[in-house]
Write a protein that binds this ligand. Structure first.
Ligand code: PLP
Length: 318
């Protein structure tokens, strides 16, 4: 038995997007609402944390330590999970303390996470290992949650998400979603293989060149498969990634994310986020307009959350 806590609100609903679908020429367009996973405004990290927090408890840990960007959704959900299960929490964030504490960062503080500012992004790994070593030396029994929750434990969340999907009424030909640290995509491709999902799994890269993300996802999916008993080998060519939409860099809001966020809001009353789902949706819309998908096909946009970032200072010109 793979240790798992059950705190996510599952299965997440699948809803049709008829008005948006009509506008972009995809009559059979759906969304899976992992922005509604139920923990502190939800998001994809909640599924991973069901396995990561279970492992931390099993190891007798008393503190969760993780790292990310200042407006990290992963850090916000980790801080909430720590509060919910009685762990202390330290978040190592890149950058300097901002003048105004808003959005995800405000929520981190509400969950009583201790924030360590790492300065420039290049320092973050070093500050994270120092922070972890110090907590260990002080007898705090820390558990290291990887960046984005993306290791072979966290990726289990999305392997089982495919099993969940196969029990739902919508049978997609394509799953399209935001891919960054690779755990979500690794879980999805592994789950597709394990549970017999026949459709395509297309990650829209948020910040990584295609070959890097394909390598990372293939390695992680292979490693995660070991948890099910037999290792399944995934090669980079098995992993479908589109990196056409990440040129602006991580977290930089351009006209295409703005348009995508406005389209989803205007046509369906749905909220995307400026960093991940806004960019992935911009990719989906562009691909649909270019005729990448066959209009007979069923397309599932897998919403991975992130909306608190809409309220960050940086995105007030949305
Ligand atoms: C972390 C995150 C992703 C990317 O998931 P990975 O497993 O890191 O690839 C996508 N969307 C949102 C909103 C996220 O917070």
């Amino acid at each position: 038995m793979i240790p798992r806590l059950r705190f996510a609100h599952l299965p997440t609903p699948i809803e049709p997007l008829p008005r948006l679908g009509k506008e972009i020429g995809l009559p059979s367009l759906y969304i899976k609402r992992d922005d509604q996973t139920g923990l502190a405004f939800g998001g994809d990290k909640t599924r991973k944390l069901e396995f990561l927090v279970a492992e931390a408890l099993e190891q007798g840990a008393k503190m969760l330590i993780t790292a990310g960007a200042a407006q990290s959704n992963h850090c916000r959900q980790t801080a909430a999970a720590a509060a919910r299960f009685g762990f202390d929490c330290i978040l190592v964030l890149s950058g300097e303390p901002p003048k105004t504490v808003s959005a995800n960062l405000l929520l981190d503080e509400l969950f009583a996470a201790q924030i360590v500012w790492a300065g420039e992004r290049v320092n973050r790994d070093r500050v994270l290992s120092e922070t972890f070593a110090q907590a260990q030396a002080q007898g705090k029994c820390p558990y290291l949650v990887p960046y984005g929750g993306s290791n072979s434990t966290g990726a289990l969340g999305y392997a089982f998400a495919v099993e969940e999907l196969l029990g739902q009424a919508v049978k997609p030909d394509w799953i399209v979603f935001a891919s960054s640290s690779g755990g979500t995509q690794a879980g999805l491709v592994l789950g597709a293989r394990l549970f017999g999902f026949q459709g395509q799994v297309l990650g829209i890269s948020i910040d990584e060149p295609r070959p890097n993300l394909q390598d990372c996802v293939a390695r992680l999916a292979t490693e995660t498969s070991g948890k099910f008993g037999t290792t399944i080998q995934f090669a980079p060519r098995d992993i479908q990634v589109n990196d056409d939409y990440c040129q602006a860099g991580y977290g930089v809001l351009t006209g295409s994310e703005r348009e995508a966020i406005r389209s989803f809001a205007r046509t369906e009353g749905l909220l995307l986020d400026p960093v991940y789902t806004g960019r992935a949706a911009a990719g989906l819309i562009d691909l649909a307009r270019k005729g990448f998908f066959n209009p007979q096909q069923t397309i599932l946009f897998w919403h991975t959350g992130g909306q608190p970032a809409l309220f960050a200072e940086a995105y007030q010109d949305l």
